[in-house]
Design a protein around this ligand. Structure first.
Ligand SMILES: [Zn+2]
Length: 290
């Protein structure tokens, strides 16, 4: 596991950057940002250089530490969190009344979006890599609303392997007055695993004893950061290739699906060169009463 620091300087970083880039042209500060291995000699040197400059220049240091896993670390995991990279634009009720907001608990008035018709999307907003304007080259996409959109290739692969616990729904084309879009589907994962258990780092708020739900469950650390890995009960796992977490991350009613895949499904997707996703380790924990 490698820890990478992405450091952003705010304020007057011109002198600092000019000095640093002369000494370390191999790891320059560009547009106020530098990316370095965390807790390394060069990281310490930048920290010291910054402290010297910050003594007489108004400049601030903010950093985010992300984690890079080795293939061996990924292979050692029984389950993995699927991180979808392809972007399918706005979803939800943007182009049609796809969801109805329903109060699911009379006590706390918590609401949920229930899907009442096929999803409508605008494919001109699809991006294989966010902000790249590459279109429709992925097998995995996610909308801003959190719907999962997959390619024909993925659909055919899952069908041919008999992957259980999933439903493929047609998607309607906003630009063609709701005609069916070809070659993409909404993937609804029905198999579940959960709840999140210790030591998953979460911030839970608004508990209701009546429905046993939280109004908001957020990760304490951004996905990809150290400390963002999910822990789930082993008693729920019976080799299902793909599951969604039974608790949803986010603020109700906008709480989106977090997908967990088995090591076997991950390997299959790698062998078949599916695109538009990466994974991070998730963990199964024995919860038998002691
Ligand atoms: Zn409630």
């Amino acid at each position: 596991m490698k820890e990478i620091a992405r450091i952003q300087f705010r304020g007057e970083d011109t002198d600092l950057a000019a000095y640093w880039n002369k000494v370390h042209p191999e790891m320059p500060i560009r547009y106020g940002i530098v990316v370095l291995p965390y807790a390394s000699a060069i990281y310490d040197e930048l920290r010291q250089t910054f402290t010297r400059f910050a003594a007489h220049t108004p400049v601030e240091w903010s950093e985010r530490i992300t984690v890079e896993y080795t293939p061996t670390e990924i292979r050692a995991c029984e389950i993995l969190e699927l991180v979808i990279i392809g972007y399918a634009g706005d979803g939800g009720n943007t182009y049609a009344p796809v969801y109805r907001e329903v109060v699911t608990c009379p006590s706390c008035k918590i609401t949920e979006y229930q899907q009442v018709q096929d999803l409508f999307l605008n494919t001109s907003n699809f991006e294989s890599i966010p902000d790249s304007h590459q279109r429709r080259r992925c097998d995995w996409y996610e909308t801003r609303f959190g719907e999962v959109v997959v390619s024909q290739r993925l659909h055919d692969l899952f069908k041919s392997k008999g992957i259980p616990g999933v439903v493929f729904r047609p998607i309607r084309d906003y630009a063609k007055r709701g005609g069916e879009l070809s070659a993409v589907f909404q993937l609804v994962v029905e198999a579940e695993i959960g709840p999140f258990i210790e030591p998953t780092r979460l911030e839970r708020e608004g508990y209701c004893a009546e429905c046993n739900q939280y109004r908001s469950i957020l990760r304490a650390e951004l996905r990809g950061s150290k400390g963002s890995e999910l822990y789930l009960p082993r008693s729920n796992f019976h080799g299902q290739p793909i599951m969604r977490t039974s608790e949803r991350l986010g603020r109700r009613p906008l709480a989106s699906t977090t997908l967990i895949v088995s090591q076997n499904l991950y390997r299959l997707m790698r062998v078949e060169s599916l695109r538009g996703f990466r994974v991070q380790p998730a963990h199964l924990v024995d919860t038998t009463a002691s």
